[in-house]
Design a protein around this ligand. Sequence first.
Ligand SMILES: NC(=O)c1ccc[n+]([C@@H]2O[C@H](COP(=O)([O-])OP(=O)(O)OC[C@H]3O[C@@H](n4cnc5c(N)ncnc54)[C@H](OP(=O)(O)O)[C@@H]3O)[C@@H](O)[C@H]2O)c1
Length: 363
Amino acid sequence: MNLSHQTHEYFLKEALVLAEERKGFCSPNPSVGAILLREDGSTIKGMHWQAGDPHAEVMVLSQLSPEETAGAVLYVTLEPCAHTGKTPPCTDLLIKHKLSAVYYGLKDPNPLVCGKGQAKLREAGMICEHIPCAQIDAFYQSYIWWTKHRRPWITAKLALSLDGKIAGANGVPQQITGEALNIYTHQARMKSDAILTTAKTIIRDDPQLNARLGNQIYAKPLYVIDPRLDIQISAKIFKTGAQCCIFHLKSASSDKKDAFIAQGVHCVAVPEKDDRLSLQYIVDYLGKEAGVHELWVEAGGACFQGLLLEQLVQRILIYIAPKTLGFQALSAFSVTDNLFKNISIITWQQFGQDVLCEMLYQE
Ligand SMILES: NC(=O)c1ccc[n+]([C@@H]2O[C@H](COP(=O)([O-])OP(=O)(O)OC[C@H]3O[C@@H](n4cnc5c(N)ncnc54)[C@H](OP(=O)(O)O)[C@@H]3O)[C@@H](O)[C@H]2O)c1
């Protein structure tokens, strides 16, 4: 088939739409979309559904025999793998299916794959080309980060009143921002691989921390910083989370720990740093042990401040509502010196009456 560069870009962006559908549900694998374009112009679509399931290329090709795919062109958001992981190499299947060409959007940053998939397909006489695409690069930002650092790409969000408060007097929960930012939060939770929160937030707010969009509810893996295992065993998150894990001090009560474990909660003892849990250890654990690429942090000011001061955050989201909560309400920060330093990009966006300030750090 004689196809133009515009055709390649068009079908790669269509494959990206498929990958976007499963973002937040595939880690420790990346989310991938693929489209097969056959000689008669018909297309077959597929996507990687979740870790352990067949890759997007397999989801497409398993719908047809090699005779039915001979000469077809495959568009896939990520370079096909040439190694055996949980599933066999995709390159073998592409060769077996006698495709004429493969065009992909991202060179896999994983050294096990990078360039090897392309080389194997070319050796078999197939055209295989990387088509650079800014949207695909942006889509894989957290996967690229995680592959390089083995730590999640972290977004920390905090909602503030105009007088810098995050909750009412004594931490009594307050709805600070309106519906438009509420929907934004639920979308962001859905597209993240996991959510990190704290015992203080669970005890005060008893949130569900799932993504509720229209009639759909998406449960997410939840991680809670709870040094002394204080959270109530009846907290809603134990029913609404896809799975729950608590980070605690080694000295925390073993009876309470046993009760959580009996309920299916994973408990991880964390070393101390300056008399508090080591946030660095927690972030390393989330990347290396839990395979989280993209983490959404939704907690109070102490956690937010701690992560920022240790430079563990890649993106800050501050929601600001045009209201004041008063002198006795809970302040966001106990320190402000050096809190927002070295930020590279700042953008502002209006959501109803509220504004969203997005701040990005760059390597
Ligand atoms: N406006 C918003 O966006 C928003 C979002 C969520 C919650 N909230 C509100 O926030 C309030 C809680 O906020 P908060 O600032 O009091 O608490 P927080 O940030 O939610 O949680 C702090 C907890 O994290 C623990 N922690 C352990 N190691 C830490 C470390 N290295 N650095 C920082 N924290 C560490 C603290 O332990 P220690 O006990 O040992 O200090 C403490 O238990 C609630 O009232 C909730 O309603 C507001």
